[in-house]
Design a protein around this ligand. Sequence first.
Ligand code: HEC
Ligand code: HEC
Length: 480
Amino acid sequence: MRCLIFFLACLCPAAEYQIQRAASTIKIDARLDEPAWAAAPPTSDFIFNWFTAGEKETTEAKLLWDDDNLYVSWRCQDRHISAYVTERHGPVSKDDCVEVFISPDPRKVTNYYTWEINPIGAMLNRCRTDWWKGPPTWEPEQLSYRTTFHGLAKKDEDTNDREWIVELAIPFKNFMRDAVNTPPRPGDEWRLNLMRTGGKTNAQQSTWSPIAGEKRSFHTPENFGKVVFVAQQRGAGGRGARSRPALNPQQVEKGHTQYNRSCTVCHGVDGAAGDRAPALAAQRRYLRTSGADLFDSIKNGIKGTLMPATPMADEDVWNIVAYIQSLRATAADITVPGDLGNGRAVFTGKGGCTQCHMIRGRGGLVGPDLSDIGAQRKLEDIRAALMVPKPVPPRGYQPVSARTKAGAQIRGIVKNENNFSLQVLGLDDKLHLLTRDQLASITYEPLSLMPTNFDKMLTANEMQDLLAFLSKQARQRESK
Ligand code: HEC
Ligand code: HEC
C-alpha cells in the first residue's frame, strides 16, 4: 500500500494553463483592476509539496500576454507579511517572496529564467541556460513590476496583514535566444512554474505545478507546468482552470448603472427576464459564460436575434460584463478573504458543523452535504444560512422529537412518513423506523435544526474564516 501511494505521488501530472491575450491595456501598479485581469482565469490552486504543519495560505496567480509582454500576477493571502532585503539580487526568498521560473522552449526545459520578488519590491534574477556565460545573476531588459509595499525600506508583520500583490510585465525580447517565436504565436507552448516561499511566521513553500520526488527544490524544470498562448480572452478555457471572475465592486457598480440605462428595454431590471429577452441571471444554464463571450455578444450583438450591437466604449462593455458576472457569481467565483485553515478548524471544532454536515465523506448526516456549497450558493445565502432563522424548516428537513411507549427518546428529521409509520434520521446519524402504534408522543418542531446564532457564537474573524472556507467548497467541474 505504501508503495502504491509513493508511486502515485510521483505521477502527479504537471499543471496546465492557457495564457489569454489581454483584451485591455494593463497598467503595472499592483492593483489588478483592469478588465483584462478580471476576465483572466486564475491558475489551479497552489500545492504544498512538502507540507508538515501550519496554515496553507492561498495564492491566486494569473497570466496574460500581448505583442510586447508576458504579464504575471500573484495575489497572496498572508496574515504575516514581512520583508527586509532591499538590495538588487539580494536573498529575497528569505522574506515573503513570489517566484516565476520560465522555460520558453519546451524541447529544452533546462534553459530557464527566474524572477524572485519580495513584498517591498527587491528582486533577484538568474538566467539558467546552457549559453549564458555571465555572472550568476542576470539583468532582464525593460522589465516593469510593482508590489503592494513597493519601495518601503522594510515591512514588518502587522495584525492587519491580509494580502499582498505582485504585478510583473516581462518583455518577450528577453527570451529571444530560446523562444521559438518572439512574440509567441497562438498555440505556442512554454513551460513554467509559479511559486511562493519564505517569511518569518508560517514560512510555507507552495507551487502551482506540483514538484514530484524527494528533492526539496524549485529548480526542477522537469516539473514545470505547461502553458499555451491563446489568441483571445476566452473565459473558461484552460484545463484545470475554472473561469472565476475576480470582481471589482466599483466596476460592477458602474456596469449596473449602464445596464439599467441601456438594456432593461428588453432584459428585465436587475438581470431578470424582460418582455423581449431572456434573463441574464437566473438559475439556468447560460449559453454564454466566459467574459469574452459576454463581451462579444454585447459589443457585436447576436446575429439573427433582437439582441443589438452597441456603440459603447470597450471599457463600458467590460463594466456590464462584470455586472452580469456578479449577478451570476456563486461564493466559489469570488475571492472571499479569510484564513482557510482557521475556517476549517471552526467548521470541525468550535462551530460544531461536522456534527450535522459532511464535507467529502466526513461528518454527520442530518444536514445537507456541504462539499459543493461554494458552487451552489451565493456568499450572501451562505451567510444568511448561518445567522437568519428560516420561518419554516425547508422541505426534507422537518425536525421531530418522538418518545416511544418503551421509553426511548428520538430526535432528528423526518425522512419519510405515512399514516402508519415514519422514518426518522436521528441526531445519532441512525435511521429509526417507527410505527405510529409504538409512539407515546410525537412533536413536529417549528424551527429547523440548523442553528442560526453563529454571528453571536463566533468572533467576527472566525465567521469570516468560516465563510472563506465554505466558499472554497466546490467540486472540480469539467470546463464548459
Ligand atoms: C432590442 C432588445 C434587446 C436589447 C436592447 C438588449 N438585448 Fe441582450 N438579448 C436580446 C435577445 C432577444 C437575446 C437572446 C438572443 C438569443 O436568442 O441568443 C439577448 C441576449 C443577450 C445576452 C446573451 C445571454 C446568454 O445567456 O446567452 C447577453 C449577455 C445580453 N443579451 C446582454 C445585453 C446587454 C448588456 C444589453 C444592454 C447593453 C442588451 N443585452 C440589450 C435582446 C436585447
Ligand atoms: C444540529 C445540526 C446542525 C448543525 C450543528 C449545523 N447545521 Fe447547518 N444545517 C442543518 C440542517 C438540518 C440544515 C438544512 C435545513 C436548513 O437549511 O435549515 C442545515 C443547513 C445549512 C446550510 C444551508 C445549505 C444550503 O444548501 O443552502 C448551510 C450553509 C449550513 N447549514 C452550514 C452550517 C455550518 C457552517 C455549521 C457550523 C458553523 C452548521 N451548518 C451547523 C443542521 C445543522
